[in-house]
Design a protein around this ligand. Sequence first.
Ligand code: MEV
Length: 435
Amino acid sequence: MPEKKTSRLSGFYAKPLTERIAAVSEWAELSVVETATLSGGLTPALANQMVENAIGMFALPFGIGVNLLINGRDYLAPMAVEEPSVIAAVGNAARLARAGGGFQTGSTPSVMIGQVQLLDVPDLAVAAQAVLAADPVLGKLVDSQMPSMVARGGGFRGIEVRPLHDTPVGPMLIVHLLIDCMDAMGANVINTAVEAVAPLLESLTGGRANLRILSNLTDRRRAWAECTIPVSAFATDPVEGFSVAKGIADANAFAWADPYRAATHNKGIMNGIDPIAIATGNDWRAIEAGAHAYAARDGQYRSLTDWRLVDGSGGPALFGRIELPLAVGIVGGATRVHPTAQTALKILGVTTARELAEVMAAVGLAQNLGALRALAAEGIQHGHMALHARQAALAAGVPADQVDRVAAQLVAEENVKASRAAEIWAAQRGEDNEQ
Ligand code: MEV
């Protein structure tokens, strides 16, 4: 029987870059060509096809979030991100979650919302009834726009009407088309559908269609993740373990009640989600918009996660949960075109968009756990010092092969500044030249 692959890669961070690349290539069975995409992938010619006025490409570091156990399966998370500590935090938190069996996840079908804005409607109530009664006709028209989506099991799922009585320009009727986009993010499909049905909606309502566009508040397309971690996983001393877990639950309550904290808390969650969206060629602005709108769904902007102390089977435990809209695809758009996005999907090994969304939810929860654990225990700066020191050294112009040496001295001096890095580098260069 083939050996079960584990993402529990102890000491991965300490390996040289070439060994890490080799390990991930072997893990994901990447071809030589696929491995080569890890250091670029996109060509100027391809970039020129993707956007207007292209003049080049912009690279980001590409790393791997390790230790993820999700629904009993091991995953390596491809993450494109410029911020130090983000990828390390995912690995640390995912290791903690393994003590409770990892993450359990779920998701809704990939139902997106397309909106049509109808103005100058003579009677909102009558118009709303007429639209709802036309559900079968509208459904047929929508499905006729997307035969391959329908063949794959997706397509029209229903109509909703939202009369808005009081807007700055007076009353209007909003019609929602609900469409299952399966493994596509779905923006193109939705926008085609709303444009196709708008004339029929005009004649049904007597109104005038203005905007016809998808909604990024994709609250019918959600993913969630949970974990239950014994408090003993947080420290060898049980009292200290309990106190760290309680600190995390207390921190979550702060973000639930205070939008100023919730914005930072949720930014930390997106630190985990966006890098996977970027690495897999997904639209991270759409994901951000949906997440933050959803966080304010009850009228106050709140935390997207919930952390609380519970009685676990083996004693006190910390239970965590996240649920958010996640409109991501594994076909179409940049996901299909960008060679590195294809490699990122292969590293993940996901076979559906829903599975991708669930992994992203789990990584968002892990990222939040990593941040809250550090904040509630030693503070965030402690663990960040070494990584910030490397950035300070790079910012001071220290060559890449000398960065670790200069960074080590910045940390030893507890003075992590680019100006100090420049002084240290100048002194070391002087010494090296004398030898
Ligand atoms: C930094 O990028 C993210 C944090 O501020 C998140 C948080 O405070 O929860 C550390």
